[in-house]
Design a protein around this ligand. Structure first.
Ligand SMILES: Cc1ncc(COP(=O)(O)O)c(C=O)c1O
Length: 409
């Protein structure tokens, strides 16, 4: 695979990029190189237009009729079916609902109730998954385990035999290490363990074939590589056969088999729909639904391959700058971002933002850059690396203004 060693070579890679037409579908501000799509995806023009339409036409004109006439009531399923195609599962097995944390709670509780036993999360992975299991353990008395982190992440042989439920990221939020879903599922199946996959950094980026890899349970964000907008609702996947055996504790009316019967007793809806709880957030769900249409006809293999070449190029430039990365060097083992150590990582990120290169800071000393293949090009990577080089060379990050810590880093 070619790694550009000049801007002209980066331009040549962009010229033959099969995804290059997608960039025009996004509303990116002038003069910004946006390397934070792994945190909040950039706005697709269609999502902005849909938001206006949902508010101005469906809500303002058609009012409550829109639950039927504009497809609001079915939107969690409609968007879920689009996500199902992206992650490689049956269209009816995904709904859009709540956020990742709440979905982990519902799924882990339902699995624990059906087969009580030890529950576990991975040390060093995104903390909300562990926090939710800590809460579940307090509520139920379930034994809680933390699987130790080793090197670029633990391997499936780390799974204790007495474990029943594990929450695990597919792409690690700091290192970007990609888990081998089939290998984990095979090891888990031998030991009777159910894995809930957190796809937040994988959905819309990795060429996932979840059902064939043996995965039955997953959750993920709508606002990263799916570009659904700030606070976009999350999704939940439960394989049909497994869903029928599960009862989740947030048994609200939207997960009822017949919500508009207004019966006193709860009867779960068939399949994954029972994992819905309350009224869906239609404005943000509409934006996500429109953003998902960008994936129609796009090869996820091409998306994953482009993420690898973008990351390879950035890594090669960072090595020249003497920066040390914690992310896998092999593209196929890495998701869509790269994290680098720097003693003054926060200040460097602020100095970069002041020059139009947006990345983020993660504790304790990491600069994180994400490369969303839908709108980032090789020339963006080249230009961002040049700006990073100049900030490090002239130490402009030492300006005291860059040391002021904002609540969101
Ligand atoms: C791996 C992972 N899980 C979960 C979340 C967030 O979950 P929630 O939708 O509950 O805010 C993030 C956010 O960055 C994440 O990276």
């Amino acid at each position: 695979m070619t790694i550009a060693s000049s801007r002209a070579q980066a331009e040549a890679l962009d010229a033959t990029d099969p995804l290059r037409s997608l960039r025009d579908q996004f509303q990116l501000p002038e003069g910004v190189i946006y390397l934070d799509g792994n945190s909040l995806g950039a706005p697709p023009k269609a999502a902005l237009a849909r938001l206006r339409h949902t508010a101005e036409s469906e809500w303002r004109q058609d009012l409550v009729k829109s639950w039927n006439t504009a497809g609001w009531f079915d939107l969690p399923k409609t968007s879920g079916a689009k996500i199902a195609t992206i992650i490689g599962v049956a269209p009816d097995d995904v709904i859009v609902t709540d956020n990742v944390s709440v979905n982990v709670f519902k799924l882990a509780s339902a699995l624990w109730t059906s087969a009580p036993g030890a529950i576990a999360y991975m040390e060093g992975e995104f903390p909300t998954d562990g926090y939710i299991l800590q809460g579940l353990s307090q509520l139920t008395g379930a034994r809680l385990l933390r699987i130790p982190e080793t090197g670029l992440g633990a391997t499936p042989d780390a799974l204790p035999t007495d474990l029943r439920i594990l929450v695990k990221s597919t792409v690690h939020y700091k290192t970007a290490t990609v888990a081998d879903i089939s290998a984990w599922e095979q090891a888990a199946a031998h030991k009777g363990i159910s894995i809930i996959w957190d796809l937040s950094h994988a959905a819309g980026l990795i060429d996932l074939d979840l059902a064939n890899a043996g995965a039955q349970y997953a959750v993920g964000c709508g606002y990263k590589y799916l570009n659904g907008g700030p606070g976009a609702p999350a999704f939940i996947y439960v394989a049909r056969k497994a869903a029928e055996k599960l009862d989740q504790p947030l048994s609200g009316w939207m997960g009822h088999a017949a919500p508009f019967d207004f019966a006193d007793d709860y009867t779960p809806a068939p399949g994954v729909q029972r994992f819905a709880s309350g009224t869906p957030p239609i404005l943000s769900l509409s934006a996500l639904d429109a953003a998902l249409d960008l994936f129609a006809g796009v090869s996820m293999a091409a998306v994953e391959a482009k993420a690898a070449t973008l990351g390879d190029l950035f890594l090669s430039r960072c090595v020249q700058l003497g920066l040390q990365s914690i992310s896998p060097t092999i593209g196929a083992r890495r998701g869509g971002h790269i994290a680098l150590h720097h003693d003054h990582a926060y200040e460097v990120v602020q100095a970069l933002i002041a020059q139009g290169v947006i990345g983020d800071f993660r504790m304790p000393d990491l600069i994180r850059f994400g490369f969303s293949p839908f709108y980032i090009q090789h020339t963006d990577i080249w230009d961002a690396a040049e700006i990073l080089q100049s900030i490090l060379a002239n130490q402009s990050w030492r300006d005291p203004a860059f040391a002021h810590r904002q609540p969101v880093t």
